[in-house]
Design a protein around this ligand. Structure first.
Ligand SMILES: NC(=O)c1ccc[n+]([C@@H]2O[C@H](COP(=O)([O-])OP(=O)(O)OC[C@H]3O[C@@H](n4cnc5c(N)ncnc54)[C@H](O)[C@@H]3O)[C@@H](O)[C@H]2O)c1
Length: 371
C-alpha cells in the first residue's frame, strides 16, 4: 500500500497524541514535524525519525496531507494554503474563530476537492462509538433527554488563549464543541439553544470568553439536553459524565477519576456494562502507555484520503457545533432562546470572511488590537 505523506504542523501539547496515531496507522507516513519553535519541531522529528521545519509553506509541496495541531487563529490560513496546493487537511478543533472564517475553509477545500476533516476525536474513540451505536440502533427507544458534564482545571492556559484576537472564546466554544457534537450525533440535530455562563475564575487569564457554563438545547426531534461544564474546577469528582434517557432504556458513559471508563445500559433487564477501559490493564493501552484515544481518528483520516471518502466529521459537519455554541452564547447575551437556523442566517454570520472586519470586531468587543 502506498503510504500517505503527512506533515504534522504544530508540535505542542496535542501533537503527541496525533503523532502516536500516525505511528499506529500503517497507511500514514509523517515526513515532517513543523513548528515555529525550532526545538519543538526537532524534538518531535527525532522521535518520529523524520524531517523538521519551522515554515509550513516551505514543505507543503512535499506532502500529500497536513495534520494541523496549531492554535485556532492559524487553522484557516493553513487549511486554505494547503487546499490550494491540493493537500488533504485534518485540523484540530475549534476549526476557526468565526462562522465566516470556518465557511472560507470549507469552500476552499470543496473547490480544491481535497479531504477536509475536523478533529472531533471523541467520535473515533471506541467508548463513544459504542455509545452512539447503541442510541442509533434504537436500544433506548425514543430519546427524550440527555445530559453531559465535563470538569477541567485550566490552571496555566497557553499564551494564545490569553488574547482575544487569537482566542475570542472560552471553555464552551473551545472545549464544549466536542460535547455539543456528541449531543447532535447521538440525540439528533439541535433546533434551539440557550445558555448561562460566567468567567469568575479565569477572566484575567482567558479574556475571550467564559470559564463555566450551563447550556440547554432543544433538538429537532423534541428531545431536550443540557451541557454543564467548567475549566475552573480544582477538585474534580469525575472527568466526563454523559447520560441519554429514552423510553426503553438509559445509557451512561463515565470517565471516572481513577482513569476507568465505563458504558452502562439500564433497561428492563437491569444494569449491564457494555464497555470497560481500565488503564491498569496493559492490553487496554497503546504501545506508548497511553489510551488509544487518537488512533481511530488518524486511521479514519488516512482511509478517507486513500479511498476518497467523505470523513464522518467533514467541514460541513464540523461547523455545526460552532453554530450551536455561538447561537447559545448569543441567546445568553440577548436574554432569550434562539433558533439555530435563524442565528446562522444573521448578516454577520453569512458575510464573507474578512480579517480587517474581524480585527475591528475584536477591538469593539474586547478593546483589544493585536500588534
Ligand atoms: N482534541 C482535543 O482533545 C484537544 C486537546 C488539546 C488541544 N486541542 C486543540 O489543538 C490545538 C493546539 O492546542 P495545544 O494545546 O497543542 O497548543 P500548544 O500551544 O501546546 O501547541 C501549539 C503549537 O503550535 C505552534 N505554532 C503556532 N503557530 C504556528 C505556525 N504558524 N506554524 C507552525 N507552528 C505553529 C506553537 O509554537 C505550539 O508549539 C488547538 O486548536 C486546541 O484547541 C485539542
Amino acid at each position: 500500500m502506498e503510504r500517505t505523506k503527512v506533515a504534522v504542523i504544530g508540535c505542542g501539547g496535542i501533537s503527541r497524541a496525533h503523532l502516536n496515531g500516525h505511528l499506529a496507522c500503517p497507511g500514514s507516513e509523517v515526513i515532517y514535524c513543523v513548528d515555529i519553535i525550532e526545538s519543538r519541531a526537532r524534538e518531535k522529528a527525532e522521535v518520529m525519525g523524520c524531517k523538521w521545519h519551522t515554515d509550513y509553506l516551505a514543505i507543503l509541496d512535499e506532502v500529500d496531507a497536513v495534520d494541523i495541531c496549531t492554535p485556532p487563529h492559524v487553522h484557516a490560513e493553513m487549511t486554505v494554503e494547503a487546499a490550494r496546493r491540493g493537500k488533504h487537511v485534518l485540523t484540530e478543533k475549534i476549526m476557526a474563530r468565526t462562522l465566516p472564517e470556518a465557511r472560507w475553509m470549507i469552500d476552499e477545500c470543496e473547490k480544491a476537492d481535497v479531504v477536509f476533516m475536523v478533529a472531533f476525536v471523541l467520535r473515533y474513540r471506541p467508548e463513544f462509538e459504542l455509545f452512539q451505536q447503541t442510541c442509533a440502533e434504537g436500544k433506548l427507544g425514543q430519546i427524550r433527554q440527555a445530559y453531559i458534564q465535563t470538569q477541567l482545571n485550566m490552571a496555566k492556559p497557553a499564551e494564545w488563549r490569553q488574547n482575544p484576537y487569537d482566542f475570542p472564546m472560552g471553555a464552551f466554544l473551545s472545549h464544549g464543541c466536542h460535547y455539543v457534537d456528541q449531543l447532535q450525533w447521538c440525540v439528533g440535530p439541535i433546533a434551539e439553544a440557550m445558555n448561562m455562563s460566567h468567567a469568575l475564575t479565569l477572566n484575567e487569564l482567558i479574556p475571550g470568553g467564559d470559564d463555566t457554563n450551563c447550556a440547554i438545547f432543544r433538538h429537532q426531534n423534541g428531545a431536550v439536553s443540557c451541557y454543564v461544564e467548567s475549566w475552573a474546577i480544582p477538585f474534580r469528582t469525575s472527568g466526563i459524565r454523559y447520560e441519554v434517557y429514552g423510553t426503553e432504556g438509559s445509557l451512561q458513559l463515565t470517565y471516572r477519576s481513577d482513569g476507568k471508563r465505563l458504558v452502562t445500559l439500564f433497561n428492563s433487564d437491569g444494569e449491564n456494562d457494555l464497555f470497560e477501559f481500565d488503564p491498569r490493564k496493559e492490553d487496554h493501552m497503546d504501545a506508548f502507555g497511553g489510551a488509544k484515544d487518537m488512533q481511530g481518528q488518524i486511521k479514519h483520516f488516512i482511509s478517507c484520503i486513500q479511498n476518497r471518502d467523505l470523513p464522518l466529521t467533514h467541514g460541513r459537519e464540523g461547523i455545526k457545533p460552532m453554530q450551536a455554541v455561538l447561537a447559545a452564547e448569543a441567546a445568553e447575551r440577548e436574554g432569550r432562546t434562539l433558533r439555530i437556523n435563524d442565528f446562522i442566517e444573521r448578516p454577520q454570520n453569512t458575510a464573507e470572511w474578512s480579517e480587517p472586519d474581524f480585527r475591528a470586531w475584536v477591538k469593539e468587543t474586547y478593546g483589544y488590537s493585536p500588534e
